[in-house]
Design a protein around this ligand. Structure first.
Ligand SMILES: Cc1ncc(COP(=O)(O)O)c(C=O)c1O
Length: 362
């Protein structure tokens, strides 16, 4: 069981960097392993608290304990980020309105649009570059879904201000914290009700596992989210839970290094003659740019790299990029030539040499 032997009051005084390392460890008894092992179990001997593989798993619990400590709440792990989003969306009542940035991750918006088509929810997509857009649309809404920075437009909203105003209007406040991670912002402390992550990205960090998590501050919501996982079978694999927990151990150093590379890459791109626009919110590991020459040039650049991988997804140790509009589900308000770059931890000189040669060849 992932039950830390260190008292919880100790956790409250520790930094996020330390919590990522020490939370979710087995008890310190002689010869116990330092890591909670992978438990591949579909069922358990009757009479305990777990009983069946869809109800619980010690390897999930280790990940949940670390994420709960990092986000300051109770965590429920899911099979993917979108499974965590679906579980969280189920908290909105039948027929309720959900407010969402139009440039939130297209899978999340697609999930909401699907619920709207089925008559289950109303979706209000807003342009968060307009001041107060989320709050104005929150009137009478059941849920305000914040994604900050948005994927891929990298728009940032003031979570504390938006959460306070949305809650006054009676809406449940959700924050997708995938891009920022709890190292940058802890939405529950800023007034959000639920934090969701695609743990597939920076948390697991090595492009080898799909996972998601929702973290909440209150027990009744925790019970609903845990019941959703059980009832819908949105369960993660034990191997994925292990990989995600292992990834969390190095989150702080990976993030610091990748963020440093991202800042430098944004600066270098700004000064490049073949680049028209660069967007970087000033923190995080993702940036976007548009080469001069439009979508055709963007396609050529992203396929001309040798070090940088042309692939979707983000948050791995390797730098990857893609032209986002190659996806049919991406809104047309995302520029056709926009290249989203997920910056990794390579040596910067090597990274820039490859990006520069790809720009020249593109
Ligand atoms: C911001 C954000 N949220 C949620 C998701 C969905 O996560 P997953 O792919 O793990 O289902 C993604 C995936 O790209 C994402 O970028």
């Amino acid at each position: 069981m992932a039950r830390s032997d260190r008292p919880q009051h100790l956790f409250s005084s520790l930094s996020s960097e330390t919590l990522a390392v020490v939370a979710g460890r087995p008890e310190r008894t002689p010869d116990s392993p330092l890591n909670v092992p992978i438990t591949p179990a579909s069922t358990y001997v009757a009479g305990g608290s777990l009983e069946y593989g869809r109800y619980g798993n010690p390897t999930w619990e280790a990940f949940e304990e670390v994420m709960g400590a990092l986000e300051g709440g109770r965590a429920v792990m899911y099979a993917s980020g979108l499974a965590a989003a679906a579980a969280t969306l189920s908290l909105a009542p039948e027929g309720g309105a959900v407010v969402v940035p139009r440039h939130a991750y297209n899978g999340t918006v697609g999930l909401m649009q699907d619920a709207a088509r089925r008559g289950r929810l109303e979706v209000r997509e807003v342009d968060v570059t307009r001041p107060n857009a989320l709050v104005d649309a929150a009137e009478g809404a059941a849920m305000v879904w914040i994604e900050s920075p948005t994927n891929p437009a990298l728009e940032v909203v003031d979570i504390a201000e938006t959460a306070a105003a949305a809650r006054t209007r009676g809406a449940l406040v959700v924050v997708d914290n995938t891009f920022a991670t709890p190292l940058v912002q802890q939405p529950l402390a800023l007034g959000a009700d639920v934090v969701v992550h695609s743990a597939t990205k920076l948390l697991a960090g090595h492009s080898d596992a799909l996972a998601g998590v929702a973290v909440v501050a209150d027990d009744p919501t925790y019970e609903l989210l845990e019941a959703y996982r059980r009832l819908h079978g949105a369960t993660p694999g034990a191997l994925e839970a292990y990989l995600a927990t292992r990834g969390l151990r190095t989150l702080a150093v990976r993030f610091e290094r990748a963020q440093d590379n991202a800042r430098r890459l944004a600066e270098h791109l700004e000064g490049h003659e073949d680049v028209a626009v660069v967007r970087y919110p000033g923190f995080g590991t993702v940036l976007t740019f548009e080469p001069k020459g439009g979508a055709t040039a963007a396609h050529r650049v992203t396929t001309a790299s040798e070090l940088v991988v042309c692939a979707t997804s983000l948050g791995g140790v390797e730098t990857s990029w893609e032209r986002r509009r190659r996806w049919a589900g991406e809104p047309v308000t995302v520029p056709d030539a926009l290249i989203r770059v997920s910056v990794g931890i390579e040596g910067f000189a090597d990274l820039w040499a490859d990006v520069a040669q790809a720009l020249t060849r593109g």
